[in-house]
Design a protein around this ligand. Structure first.
Ligand code: ADP
Ligand code: MG
Length: 399
């Protein structure tokens, strides 16, 4: 039995005590270093406990700064306090606008809101203003305060515009019994710049900023998770500091810090080691980037994939830097071989700019004085990541 396939996994103590705690989906009981923001948000919604409508609010902060968990925490506490004190009914609704098929169109958003009040409408077909009216009638049936949290609101606005927000904020003026307060959460710090002035002033009655975590704060967050998620003695001391430092460099993202720590544990476990060390964090970092890049390449539209493949092919053909023209020639070949429509060079330039934003390539605009400008393109990925991407694209487009 001791020579069985799995014996090497069983005879060593395991690294993880509870891996779930080391995922970024896990909701911790304590939210460290966000006391200020939590207090602010609580003070904004607190009037609900006295039957007044809270102000609308915007919550800003880059990814992984604790916005979502803090909002959940405050809403839960509010409901607990409301229950204890027998206030006017308070209902909180949380919607993540990035969820596909849930709230990625105005129609779906309202369908989802109606569902909160047990009103089911068909997936498509009705005019949006019918849904809007239904929602209005349903909530105004009784005295109540509704707090609607729209998380990742920038995703929805960039897709469908801000009219729905205007409609939602207008609702209050017509409601007679109920009140609606909206809390919009966004990762995009310049989100409000593009909003209609009326929406901006009405939703921005209150603003809360979630700053990035620094390395010391990330360290505290990680220590808490590590104590509950790993078995005793498996962590070398420097590991947490390293994860915290790396994530602090990447705009203080707690999600990244936690992912690094968990994946480092997985790497150590796979190598049958009993302790996690800094080298496992290095491997974890590479692996996370690999996953991120391959995932984003896989989910790109076909045209963009064809452009990227053209860049990779042109890059291996040519010494020195690439120009849009070099890429365009390869791109046309790929399209012809694969029955794809050939887009204009102008559109290709746009797709190239998008690939740059994803961090897969670098581009640099070079001015040639009166001869105009051109764009120099180079790959931002190398090694295994590049090999992986090549394979994905080869499978899709062939040689
Ligand atoms: N202060 C904190 N204490 C403990 N864990 C945190 C804290 N901030 C963030 N996290 C962890 O990081 C993850 C990302 O946080 P989240 O609230 O989703 O960030 P955001 O919404 O700002 O992108 C959470 O699931 C949680 O596990
Ligand atoms: Mg969030």
């Amino acid at each position: 039995m001791d020579d069985s396939l799995f014996s090497s996994y069983l005879d060593k103590p395991s690294i993880f005590k509870n891996k779930n705690i080391l995922t970024s989906n896990y909701i911790p009981d304590k939210i460290a270093h966000r006391e200020e923001q939590i207090k602010q948000l609580a003070s904004i919604v607190a009037p609900a406990l006295r039957s007044y409508s809270p102000n609308n609010a915007f919550v800003f902060g880059t990814v992984g700064t604790g916005k979502t968990i803090s909002a959940h925490f405050v809403m839960n506490e509010l409901l607990t306090a409301a229950k204890k004190n027998k206030t006017v009914p308070i209902k909180t609704i949380y919607i993540n606008c990035k969820m596909k098929k849930v709230a990625d169109t105005e129609y779906r958003l309202f369908a989802r809101l109606l569902k909160e009040f047990d009103c089911v409408v068909p997936d498509t077909g009705l005019p949006t203003d019918v849904l809007y009216r239904k929602f209005f009638e349903l909530i105004d049936k009784q005295e109540q305060i509704i707090i609607l949290v729209l998380d990742e609101i920038d995703a929805l606005v960039s897709k469908v515009g801000d009219e729905f927000l205007y409609n939602l904020t207008r609702i209050n003026t017509d409601l007679t019994k109920a009140h609606l307060a909206i809390i919009g959460i966004t990762n995009d710090l310049s989100f409000t710049d593009a909003l209609d002035a009326r929406v901006k002033s009405s939703l921005g009655e209150e603003e809360i900023i979630f700053p990035p975590y620094n390395a010391l704060q990330l360290r505290d967050i990680l220590m808490e998770r590590a104590a509950a998620g790993f078995n005793d003695g498996v962590l070398e001391e420097s590991v947490i500091n390293k994860c915290a430092a790396l994530a602090a460099q990447e705009h203080g993202d707690a999600r990244r810090a936690i992912d690094l720590l968990r994946v480092a544990g997985e790497v150590a476990e796979r190598e049958h080691e009993t302790k996690i060390s800094e080298k496992h964090v290095d491997i974890a970092e590479q692996r996370i980037d690999l996953d991120r890049v391959t995932e984003s390449v896989k989910t790109q539209p076909r045209q963009s994939q064809a452009v990227l493949y053209a860049i990779i092919k042109a890059d291996s053909d040519k010494l020195g830097s690439l120009l849009t023209g070099d890429v365009f020639d390869k791109y046309k070949e790929i399209c012809t071989n694969n029955g794809l429509k050939i887009l204009t060079q102008r559109r290709i330039s746009d797709l190239i700019a998008e690939l740059d934003m994803l961090g897969i390539i670098h581009t640099k605009v070079i001015s040639h004085g009166r001869y105009g400008r051109s764009r120099e393109i180079s790959l931002a990925i190398e090694g295994t990541v590049l090999d992986n991407v090549k394979k994905i694209l080869f499978d899709r487009f062939g040689e």
